[in-house]
Design a protein around this ligand. Structure first.
Ligand SMILES: NC(=O)c1ccc[n+]([C@@H]2O[C@H](COP(=O)([O-])OP(=O)(O)OC[C@H]3O[C@@H](n4cnc5c(N)ncnc54)[C@H](O)[C@@H]3O)[C@@H](O)[C@H]2O)c1
Length: 315
């Protein structure tokens, strides 16, 4: 898709970080935008800022983990703007509440993380793809996964599983649309560290899925380190630039941090050679000296962000 002026974009998780930057970029491209987010105040503030730039902004409080709310979003989009051309299934949660190793993550952690990160994408596709197919116009869907969705290790088991599922779902979508010769293209966005509020995702956890958590000092240190790296991460506007460059060129995989691709290569080579998965080597050294998952988090994330200064420019 190359022409965006006057077309309609729907963005979930639009009130912060990557979603907000994509929404701003859509406005800059002359699009009408529908902003969806669970955080009412931030959504209202974002809508106010964007309305100052364009009259074609609609904001709707939506919990993407709920099918009926995403369906309501689709209906509101058609009622307001009569069509949809770009869909960004972007809302996602991570951070301390995303849990850690699989057996220490609570059922509520799994339900919350899979509910938003995976079911949110499923609901978005089930509600919007039929509309796009019926329109029979050029459209594009971008699902936000993560580098955590393509590498072999990520400290939060629930986040890791959810993002791998989003990558698989997106590949499946790509093939299904192509086989049907639909005018809809798909992409999967796999960012590394991006400066956003994702470490504070707990703020939006529904009351029914809250858990009491006693975070030990080492884990707190790991989280502080992650927070520091996130703050130093890529500006969301740069991610939005990568996303639009990919939409324009019809590119499926969107990697914002190509310097981290060695982790993908390591995983694929291990599979092809039928070798057992290994952590990045520093993590392996650390876990040999102490069986400590929190320490693993610190080291892995240091490795992930080693060369963050190499941020690419997509445009
Ligand atoms: N920031 C990073 O380093 C990074 C890296 C890889 C992937 N991602 C992914 O990017 C996406 C955007 O995250 P971000 O970094 O901009 O974080 P962010 O917290 O700044 O923005 C996420 C937005 O999603 C919203 N949200 C949360 N739960 C929701 C729900 N149930 N329904 C609707 N909206 C909901 C939040 O209110 C927030 O506005 C996520 O899918 C995240 O997993 C982020």
């Amino acid at each position: 898709m190359k022409e965006f002026n006057d077309k309609v974009a729907v963005i979930t998780g639009a009130a912060s970080g990557i979603g907000r930057a994509i929404a701003e970029r859509c406005i800059g491209e002359g699009m009408k935008v529908v902003l969806a987010d669970i955080e009412g105040d931030a959504l209202a503030a974002t809508a106010k800022d964007l309305l100052a730039q364009s009259g074609s902004v609609k904001a709707l409080p939506v919990d993407v983990s709920k099918a009926d709310e995403v369906e309501r979003l689709a209906r509101a989009t058609l009622d307001t703007f009569g069509a949809v051309h770009l869909l960004f299934n972007n809302a996602g949660v991570a951070g301390q509440g995303a849990g850690g190793v699989v057996w220490r993550s609570k059922r509520e952690d799994w339900e919350w993380v899979l509910g938003v990160n995976l079911w949110g994408v499923v609901h978005g596709l089930r509600s919007f793809v039929p509309i796009m197919l019926a329109q029979d116009e050029e459209c594009h869907i971008v699902n936000t996964a993560s580098m955590g969705g393509v590498v072999g290790y990520e400290p939060s088991a629930a986040y890791h599983a959810s993002k791998h599922a989003v990558v698989a779902l997106s590949e499946n979508l790509h093939h299904s649309l192509a086989r049907q010769q639909a005018k809809i293209k798909a992409s999967v966005l796999c960012p590394g560290w991006v400066s956003s509020r994702v470490m504070d995702a707990e703020r939006n956890r529904p009351s029914g899925l809250k858990v009491d958590r006693n975070i030990p000092p080492l884990a707190q240190a790991a989280l502080a380190e992650q927070r520091r790296q996130l703050e130093a991460g890529m500006p969301p506007e740069q991610v939005a630039g990568c996303v639009f460059a990919a939409i324009r060129s019809g590119k499926f995989y969107i990697f914002t941090h190509p310097e981290q691709k060695f982790l993908i290569r390591q995983r694929m080579e291990e599979m092809l050679d039928e070798r057992n998965p290994t952590f990045p080597e520093e993590v392996e050294a650390a876990s040999n000296s102490a069986e400590n998952t929190d320490l693993e988090s610190i080291v892995t994330h240091r490795r992930f962000s080693e060369s963050r200064a190499v941020h690419i420019a997509c445009e």
